[in-house]
Design a protein around this ligand. Structure first.
Ligand code: GRF
Length: 200
């Protein structure tokens, strides 16, 4: 039997994407396992999901360190200690420095609630509605040194409905995020994503 890929999920908030990943990984046949949940926020609701699934959780808040370098050095040390293959950002509200990202090339992923390169950054649903756009969606991408700018792995579109509010649109996108991230993790762990990047 081949070894499962070891994954750390980094969160800052409610952790609904973390939960969808934990559920997917709880299938014994899934090719990846979550070995660590790290939160930048002590009060992040998502930490509970890690505890519920008996995954080690750790709070590593930047404000507890003198510098960003010191914070990232600690993160790096913990990730290496847990022999992590992939780092999945799931609502992680810190920008990782290029120095950190360069240590983990093609090993850090993020999920973003828009069809990148459209609408990077925050408040995507409100901006989509303000623009009168008819399509929206989500993107899983590799993280590079830029904000929401690394190579796109996979995207999924959802329609914007005439009477959508920010809340109804966010909920429609989030439901699709919960399908997409585990699917991408499966393909990543099976070596299919890197293969695709090599052949294109
Ligand atoms: C999601 O919309 C994700 O795309 C974005 O932050 C949100 C996190 O939500 N990066 P949750 O904490 O996973 O529920």
């Amino acid at each position: 039997m081949t070894l499962k890929k070891r994954v750390a999920v980094l969160i800052s908030g409610r952790g609904s994407n973390l939960l969808s990943l934990l559920v997917a990984c709880s299938d014994p046949a899934f090719p990846a396992e979550i070995v660590l949940v790290i939160s930048n926020e002590p009060a992040a609701g998502g930490l509970k999901h890690g505890v519920d699934f008996k995954v080690p959780t750790l709070v590593c808040a930047q404000r507890d360190f003198k510098t960003k370098e010191a914070h990232e050095a600690k993160l790096n040390q913990v990730l290496l200690h847990h022999r992590v293959d992939y780092i999945l950002l799931a609502g992680y509200m810190r920008i990782l420095s290029p120095a950190f990202v360069n240590r983990w090339p093609f090993r850090i992923l993020n999920i973003h609630p828009s069809l990148l390169p459209d609408y990077p950054g925050l408040d995507t649903h409100a901006r989509v509605l303000a623009d009168g756009a008819t399509m929206h969606g989500c993107t899983v991408h590799f993280v590079d040194g830029t904000v929401d700018g690394g190579p796109v792995i996979e995207q999924r579109a959802v329609p914007v409905m005439p009477h959508d509010t920010e809340e109804t649109l966010a909920a429609r996108v989030l439901a699709v995020e919960h399908e997409l991230y585990p699917e991408v993790l499966r393909e990543l762990a099976e070596g299919k994503v890197i293969q695709r990047f090599r052949t294109h």
